[in-house]
Design a protein. Structure first.
Length: 88
């Protein structure tokens, strides 16, 4: 952004997002499911309220989660997928 002292106002303003929300998609839900004792929604509220964020002693996942996007040219509802190999 640039301030024009002759006009007494900002010109060419810029908007900057400061991360005031949870990550998009299902990342927070997946993180909570695989890291024991981690509650990302509670952590966000605590951080916004000025409280210390409680991070578990071991921030190591004990399960695996996969966020997969499967494009399709068919109409309808996907009801099942067989197998676990999404390598292409």
């Amino acid at each position: 952004a640039e301030y024009d002292s002759k006009l007494g106002r900002w010109i060419n303003p810029a908007m900057i997002e400061v991360g005031a929300r949870m990550a998009g998609g299902r990342k927070s839900v997946m993180a909570e499911a695989v890291i024991p004792g981690w509650y990302p929604f509670a952590a966000m509220v605590d951080a916004h309220c000025g409280f210390p964020v409680l991070i578990p002693p071991s921030f190591r996942p004990v399960k695996q989660a996969t966020h997969v996007f499967i494009p399709s040219d068919k109409d309808g509802i996907l009801k099942s997928i067989s197998g676990e190999n999404f390598e292409r």
